[in-house]
Write a protein that binds this ligand. Structure first.
Ligand SMILES: Nc1ncnc2c1ncn2[C@@H]1O[C@H](COP(=O)(O)OP(=O)(O)OP(=O)(O)O)[C@@H](O)[C@H]1O
Length: 383
């Protein structure tokens, strides 16, 4: 074929027009190949439909929370579907009882820097913590606090089970943002014989992201001095559950900050009384209710235990109501005169006895759980 081209045409340098023409042809050919391959790959990808739906949902959510013009990778797009608009969070500080000290410290160190940025800009000492760690036994209010904090700060909120790298990169892009990881210990400890290495890698990745996020000086994300590895190790192996949330988008670029750690644990009797009062507020209570008596007898109970106790107590009057209605029907069938007038639409008030019954039931179920706990069984001597 080359023999068809005149020899002098092969030897002379190409003209400008020839070079431009060749470049145009190469560009068109390259683009056509790229889009054809992309089209074929997409056509054969069974997850494409879900991806498109996730993209749509993420775009909608981003718009709703006021983020526009940010380009996201496919992974970030998936995480973005977990975004929560703080206005849609129902929990407020008023839903948390007995934890006033923690709440007031959170308000000063976490909420204020978001709300009054200008006050914190000028001073290295006044920098807010980059991360906040809530830890403690289950059912004591960590999730409540995390949600109330997100609501009060007005931050974008990502509530996730476990997906790490992209979460951080998305959070950096849409900062300010709170990342909330509930029960992260179960993710960090969750292993099988197969995934030991993978878990270790994820753990390492999490640690490095948690530690630094970004070393870029122009980033609004900071390093801290606290050794989180120690915390992680300690709390991933020695406590059952904790929730964790990080703040991103703080103001400083300096390494002078500490991490804030809050122990959310079992409350004392006075705090338990406050929790009981909050849980029962809005209920029809008998005048003789004595919450102090219940609080004094519930040492070691979590907030969720107290809620369960109150729920049971409140149920007794529903059972009473149903029983009375049945008796009424029987009396009507036998055309007996009813001595007592029963209001057919109202439940009776919750009484102290209901609460004490609820307490008994709770004790029984706690005892049963303690006996069934394999950890306890292991400690029983075999001989
Ligand atoms: N301090 C509290 N004030 C009011 N209610 C509480 C409190 N602590 C717990 N509760 C009740 O118990 C429920 C569970 O609490 P929450 O989910 O916040 O616990 P948690 O500490 O996050 O537990 P876990 O570690 O299991 O996730 C709450 O929805 C609430 O009804």
């Amino acid at each position: 074929m080359l023999s068809d081209i005149p020899r002098d045409a092969l030897l002379r340098p190409l003209t400008r027009n020839e070079v431009v023409g060749m470049l145009v042809r190469l560009t068109i050919f390259g683009a056509a190949t790229y889009y054809s391959i992309k089209w074929v790959v997409e056509a054969f990808d069974p997850t494409q439909k879900q991806k498109n739906q996730a993209k749509k949902r993420a775009e909608q959510l981003m718009k709703q929370i006021g983020v526009e013009g940010v380009s996201l990778t496919e992974y970030e797009m998936n995480i973005a579907t977990l975004l929560v608009d703080p206005r849609s969070i129902k929990v407020t500080w008023r839903d948390v009882a007995g934890l006033d000290e923690i709440i007031s410290e959170l308000q000063d160190t976490v909420i204020l820097p978001f709300q009054k940025r200008h006050l914190f800009c000028g001073s290295k000492l006044l920098q807010p913590p980059k991360g906040v760690l809530l830890y403690g036994p289950p059912g004591c209010g960590k999730t409540l606090i995390a949600k109330a904090t997100a609501k009060a700060s007005g931050c974008r909120f990502i509530n996730l089970q476990a997906s790490i790298g992209r979460v951080f990169s998305l959070a950096v892009k849409i900062q300010p943002c709170i990342i909330f990881i509930d029960e992260i210990d179960s993710f960090l400890r969750n292993r099988s014989s197969m995934d030991h290495e993978a878990t270790a890698m994820m753990k390492a990745q999490f640690m490095s992201l948690w530690d630094g996020l970004d070393t870029n000086a122009s980033s609004q994300v900071t390093h801290t001095y606290v050794d989180h590895r120690m915390w992680m190790q300690q709390y991933c192996t020695h406590t059952h559950l904790y929730a964790l949330f990080l703040l991103i988008g703080c103001l400083n670029q300096d390494k002078t900050l500490d991490q804030k750690l809050f122990l959310v644990q079992f409350q004392n009797a006075a705090q338990r009384e406050e929790i009981l009062r909050l849980i029962l507020s809005g209920e029809n209570l008998s005048n003789a209710i004595n919450l102090k008596e219940i609080a004094d007898q519930t040492e070691g109970y979590s907030g969720s235990d107290l809620k369960e106790l109150c729920r049971d107590a409140a149920m007794y009057r529903v059972r009473d109501y149903v029983r009375k209605q049945q008796m009424k029907q029987i009396a009507q069938q036998f055309q007996l005169d009813e001595e007592e007038h029963v209001d057919s639409t109202q439940l009776r008030p919750v009484t102290q006895l209901d609460l004490l019954f609820g307490l008994d039931k709770m004790r029984e179920s706690k005892q049963a759980t303690a006996t069934a706990d394999p950890a306890n069984l292991r400690e029983v001597p075999l001989d």
